[in-house]
Design a protein around this ligand. Structure first.
Ligand code: NAD
Length: 305
């Protein structure tokens, strides 16, 4: 479990441990903006688990480093002989809009969210495939829908979905299910004063009282479902938090099949191009290609037949 020293990751780790999972509590212990390190948050959560009678080991590796990510997996395998569940939850959030936003800002987000999840999952993969069983979760966000002040974060969170869907495709015949969670909770990622100021959000009132319906625990049931032996899906993205659970879909409209359309014709038929009736929800790239070819073949045969 990465980023498990605070916020959502802490809630997930405690809930998994309460159900008998032995947990490597990884957390670099940096700031929301990704600065600094601190071994204390991971150590505190691991102690909380062991004090409650569970099994946990603290780890303060940086998931961005290949060695750090591999050591999280090695810790689990050396202590307990296997790894069944990988939860990629570590994240940073630095608001930023053009023109100030730099490529370095973008890279920092891609590193933690995408490369970090890749590194940890890659290190666990041979173990999961060898045992023919695994549950992998990557963390995306409503940020994937895109936002002016969240360009880096949104880009990284969108990339997490394609990474997870590709891993799901690789795991499909190997007993490894890979899904994405888009959580929501009032962690520091929402309440941090500097973040709120830079994002143009109003400050929280000085007498602000945390709302328990916005606690990370409200997202946790979905994480447990995706980590469960009976997880019913792979390659899916599920929203969770604030008392709501939902599916996020990637779909393609039926579209228009024609080889002789110019741009003006397309503009005339725009409503048909974007008509959301009878969409397809491809599970993978090859699935999308198959669906596209089938649509074209059907349209052409309808015309000739
Ligand atoms: P948080 O800041 O409380 O927790 C994130 C943790 O990740 C921190 O403890 C941090 O130290 C750790 N971390 C950061 N970089 C790391 C690295 N390189 N290696 C190891 N650990 C690292 O925030 P949170 O809200 O609990 O966020 C958890 C995840 O959920 C993140 O991926 C975040 O993007 C995502 N998310 C949160 C919300 C929300 O409403 N809070 C919404 C959508 C997505």
């Amino acid at each position: 479990m990465t980023g498990a020293g605070r916020g959502l990751g802490r809630a997930y780790a405690l809930a998994l441990a309460a159900r008998g999972a032995r947990v490597v509590v990884n957390d670099l212990g940096g700031s929301l903006f990704g600065d600094g390190t601190d071994a204390a948050p991971a150590a505190a959560v691991a102690s909380e688990i062991t004090a409650a009678g569970g099994a946990a080991l603290a780890d303060d590796s940086d998931v961005v480093s290949e060695e750090g990510a591999a050591s999280i997996v090695t810790t689990a395998v050396e202590a307990w002989g296997r790894v069944d569940i990988v939860v990629n939850n570590a994240g940073i959030l630095v608001p930023g809009a053009l023109p100030e936003l730099t490529a370095a800002d973008l890279r920092r987000h891609l590193d933690v969210h995408v490369v970090g999840a890749f590194n940890v999952t890659r290190a666990a993969w041979p173990h999961l495939v060898a045992q023919g069983y695994g549950r992998v979760v990557l963390t995306t966000s409503v940020g994937m829908f895109g936002g002016e002040h969240l360009i880096s974060y949104a880009t990284a969170k969108g990339a997490c979905v394609s990474l997870g869907r590709s891993l799901a495709d690789a795991g499909r015949t190997r007993g490894v299910l890979v899904n994405m969670i888009a959580p929501a909770a009032d962690t520091r990622m929402v309440t941090d004063p500097l973040f709120r100021r830079q994002s143009g959000l109003p400050p929280l009132a000085p007498d602000h009282v945390p709302d328990p319906t916005r606690d990370p625990e409200r997202a946790t049931p979905m994480l447990l479902a995706l980590a469960h032996e009976s997880c019913p899906c792979t390659g899916e993205t599920l929203s969770a938090g604030l008392g709501r659970f939902a599916r996020v879909v990637w779909a393609e409209t039926a579209g228009v099949v024609a080889t002789d359309l110019g741009p003006e014709d397309l503009l005339t038929r725009w409503d048909e191009v974007v008509d959301p009736a009878s969409p397809v929800f491809p599970a993978s790239t090859s699935d999308a290609v198959r669906a596209r070819e089938a649509r074209i073949a059907t349209a052409l045969s309808d015309r000739t037949g």
